[in-house]
Design a protein around this ligand. Sequence first.
Ligand SMILES: *[C@@H]1O[C@H](CO)[C@@H](O)[C@H](O)[C@H]1NC(C)=O
Ligand SMILES: *[C@@H]1O[C@H](CO)[C@@H](O)[C@H](O)[C@H]1NC(C)=O
Ligand SMILES: *[C@@H]1O[C@H](CO)[C@@H](O)[C@H](O)[C@H]1NC(C)=O
Length: 451
Amino acid sequence: MGKRMSLIVVTLVSLAVAVGGYEWAEGGGMGQKEGEDWFMLQHSKHVVKTDAGDMRVVKGFGSRFIKSSIHIGFINMQPRTLFIPQYLDSSLILFIHRGEARIGHIYKDELVERSLEMGDIYRIAAGSAFYLINTAERHRLHVICSIDTSDSLGGHTFQPFYVAGGTYPTSLLSGFDRQTLSTAFNVSEAELGKMLTRQREGPIVYLSDTHSSSAWSIFLDMEQQQRLAQMRKIVRMREEDIDAENEQPTWFFRKLLISVFGKVDKRVQDKRGKTKTGPDSYNIYNRKPDFENNYGWSIALDESDYSPLSHDDVGVYLVNLSAGSMMAPHIHPRATEYGIVLRGSGTIQIVYPNGSLAMNAKVTEGDVFWIPRYFPFCQIASHRGPFEFFGFTTSARNNRPQFLVGANSLLHTIRGSELAAAFGLNEDKLKRIVDAQRESTILPSAVMRQL
Ligand SMILES: *[C@@H]1O[C@H](CO)[C@@H](O)[C@H](O)[C@H]1NC(C)=O
Ligand SMILES: *[C@@H]1O[C@H](CO)[C@@H](O)[C@H](O)[C@H]1NC(C)=O
Ligand SMILES: *[C@@H]1O[C@H](CO)[C@@H](O)[C@H](O)[C@H]1NC(C)=O
């Protein structure tokens, strides 16, 4: 028993070494420094880069005082490519920014497949094996995702585990003893050796015929039910071992191997290519804006709109400001916000709670910023065109922003002599100032006001 356990521990450790864990060196410019850089997340790293695509991760903010477990991932895939089966120790909320995708993942021990299109939001739980395919013949796929590391093995880092693979990346099957695996698959060790060393092209590969004999295609085809039944037995055996000594790693096997290898035959699809079980995706572009006026619109998705968001307590939002318009100064009383510029350019102003300017930065497409809970801020579109940004908030409950300016502002609600006294003004003067802006939430530009 003890020996088997340590074998598994060694397997886990060697896996982590093999794939290298997505780790960041401490003190790489994040954490201590304040000022403008503090709110722009510039520390990004390619975690996957192959001919067929790449994945870049922008590290979320983290210091001793303010912890955030969210990183932002950008996945780019060429037409007809596959992000090979893997699972992470972090949960993902995917947003299909451009292109279309097919995603397969394990949900409650079944393989769920979904066709995703532009604007779709979809969640993959930590420990749930998944693969992603760009099905398009000509178009690239661009996905933006939040990576929530709160359940991760290494705290602030995250770790992929590849189910299928070869020498690069390493399949987690490689960790098993060859003889055991040979028995399990009912093939010779030599054949097995071929299967586990052929894949050298990295985690994102082309889905062309010439590659169809590689390890991952065996996974996708899944014709070998007999062999896989054997696999299940081995997994169960090991699981019992682990259970006896330590309950923790059980999910590792149960969620991954038994389900992946055991239930794939149960995949049932309806006419639209959707599996009947498991959660659906949610298309943010098909939703009616929660707020809209002549100067722009905004959408905020919380768990009441899309229940999978409740698992990680993460919300999703999308804002479109017309040229020159501004999201009125406001604060988030409950959540930290992450933003990614999708289109256009603009300015983000952030103020410390003590009333001094923290950042006044120009941002353009692809930039990532964050705003800590309680910090007042506003976003302003440049005059050149619309400014579109998307992002995540660290609360899936209706996170009512508190506006500081405009017809729906706090000042409007409080008003009265106390407020006037606090500003050192008489009530009439204060009323004139507070009432001057008739619009709320999204405000017109200075130029338009003068017209
Ligand atoms: C293993 O393979 C052999 C020959 O290919 C076959 O006869 C046998 O039934 C297989 N065993 C299992 C358990 O699938
Ligand atoms: C944002 O608004 C502009 C017009 O101001 C419009 O052209 C664009 O399509 C909008 N974006 C989305 C995603 O609807
Ligand atoms: C406000 O707080 C920030 C951050 O703690 C600090 O850098 C700044 O000096 C403070 N400003 C004032 C006027 O106290």
